[in-house]
Ligand binder design. Structure first.
Ligand code: NAD
Length: 420
């Protein structure tokens, strides 16, 4: 089995290496294993956008469905300059394992547009989103594939997708996306769901390791939807948020950063950098600072062979997708660092997206305490299953989580058979 060149990227190599290692452990049927290495379908689109300058810029966008064995596909939409077909395909594959691990009736998908969202105006982003939606129209729908927010996209992006899709159908179709604003059928607690899920997973890990998180130093890379919420919740719980970063750089204060003050500073300046009372660091330096918990919650491949030796955290909770390369993963394991893998740690987002989808289909909405308690129940149960499987098989948490996810998808393939 050779790597397929059109998918070539660091993250895709990571995803394939993880699948291959787990397939060997599961003694997976070789034909099913080969099918799982490839996305079911991938669409590449060109998106012309009339910019404020009066000129038209061309952007490239992707939507990839990795597996439909367990149901319609589900996965985020990413706006970032680093987006490639390989990255999107790898993220779609990770979504397949994540949904299967959490017991959700979905296969994995992902979308992305190669662009610099922060240097575009809101009008340009809206036009980009609406044209992208039109170009991928055949690939999405409440029973086909349901996008959600990811890096560089948010509730507003989802509202534009829903509106564009609905216009072509002649009726409102809220179920085509999740992570929508509440007023158009969003779910209570969706915005905080990924960060909240990380915190639940962290508490479970700490319990198993005999650690009390209160008072412990925490470092968070990324102050967006995922990192910002996790930092705020851990701060509320009395953790010492010693370092935080965003795309512009990092800030450090071992006595603790006042997160509510940082939120105001971030709102006013657009960055965490420059918060009074903190020392500036680079993103690379931040990851290597002494702390009990490290939460990479920005982009992929941040912990790699070049820095894994210097990571000092006891627990790494992967908020981002694919933040650790396979080489670094091995090095962290050898040094006894507990890594809560992405497909478990950041699964809270897709869990509450699932709740949003179900609520939308039934037109019956739950209140926030219900959402939070069901999310907690699913996260705690999944963590326990993964921890027990890791102990039983003598493997790390990532391998155990992947084994469970991959096994479920492989079982569905086996029972469905190969069409035609
Ligand atoms: P976001 O756009 O809301 O925030 C991203 C944060 O990372 C921002 O603070 C940004 O400044 C920072 N950042 C961007 N590039 C960076 C770089 N090169 N170095 C350091 N910081 C950088 O995105 P998000 O929704 O918080 O997603 C963050 C990660 O979490 C992504 O990997 C995403 O795939 C993953 N994730 C998100 C969700 C979700 O529900 N939003 C769910 C699961 C996983």
């Amino acid at each position: 089995m050779t790597a397929v060149s059109e998918f070539d990227s660091e993250l895709h190599r990571t995803a394939i290496a993880q699948l291959d290692a787990v397939a060997a452990r599961l003694a997976l049927d070789v034909d099913i294993h080969e099918r799982l290495r490839h996305p079911r379908r991938a669409l590449v689109v060109s998106i012309p956008v009339l910019m404020e300058s009066g000129h038209t810029s061309m952007f490239t966008g992707y939507r990839v469905h990795h597996s439909t064995a367990l149901g319609p596909t589900k996965g985020g939409l990413r706006y970032d300059e680093g987006v490639t077909l390989g990255e999107v395909s790898a993220l779609a594959m990770l979504m397949t394992w994540k949904c299967a691990l959490m017991g959700l009736p979905y296969g994995g998908a992902k979308g992305g547009v190669r662009c610099a969202p922060r240097s575009m105006t809101a009008r340009e982003r809206e036009h980009l989103t609406r044209r992208y939606t039109t170009e991928i129209m055949l690939m999405i729908g409440p029973d086909i594939d349901i996008p959600a927010p990811d890096l560089g996209t948010d509730e507003q992006t989802m509202a534009w997708i829903m509106d564009t899709y609905s216009m072509t159908q002649g009726r409102s179709v809220p179920g085509v996306v999740t992570g929508k604003p509440l007023i158009v059928g969003g779910s209570a607690g969706r915005r905080e769901a990924t960060g909240r899920g990380i915190v639940y997973a962290l508490y479970e890990a700490a319990k198993m390791l005999g650690l009390t998180l209160r008072g412990q130093p925490v470092v968070v890379q990324g102050f967006g939807n995922v990192g910002g919420v996790a930092a705020r919740m851990l701060w509320n719980d009395g953790c010492v948020i010693a370092g935080i970063s965003d795309y512009q750089g990092a800030i450090w204060n071992p006595r603790g950063i006042d997160v509510p003050r940082l939120e105001i500073h971030h709102q006013e300046t657009g960055s965490v950098v420059g918060l009074p009372g903190t020392e500036p660091l680079s993103n690379a330096q931040l990851l290597e600072q002494p702390c009990t918990v490290l939460i990479p919650a920005a982009v992929g491949s941040q912990i790699h062979a070049g820095n894994a030796e210097r990571i000092k955290a006891t627990i790494v909770a992967e908020g981002a997708n694919g933040p650790t390369t396979p080489e670094a993963d091995l090095m962290l394991r050898e040094r006894g660092v507990t890594v809560i893998p992405d497909i478990l740690a950041n699964a809270g987002g897709v869990v509450v997206s699932y709740f949003e989808w179900v609520q939308g289909l039934q037109q019956y909405f739950w209140n926030e305490p219900e959402i939070i308690s069901r999310l907690q129940e699913l996260m705690v149960r999944a963590f326990a299953r993964v921890w027990t499987a890791a102990e039983k098989n003598g493997v790390d948490l990532r391998t155990a989580a992947l084994m469970e996810g991959v096994r479920r998808v492989a079982d569905a393939h086996a029972v469905r058979g190969l069409y035609p």
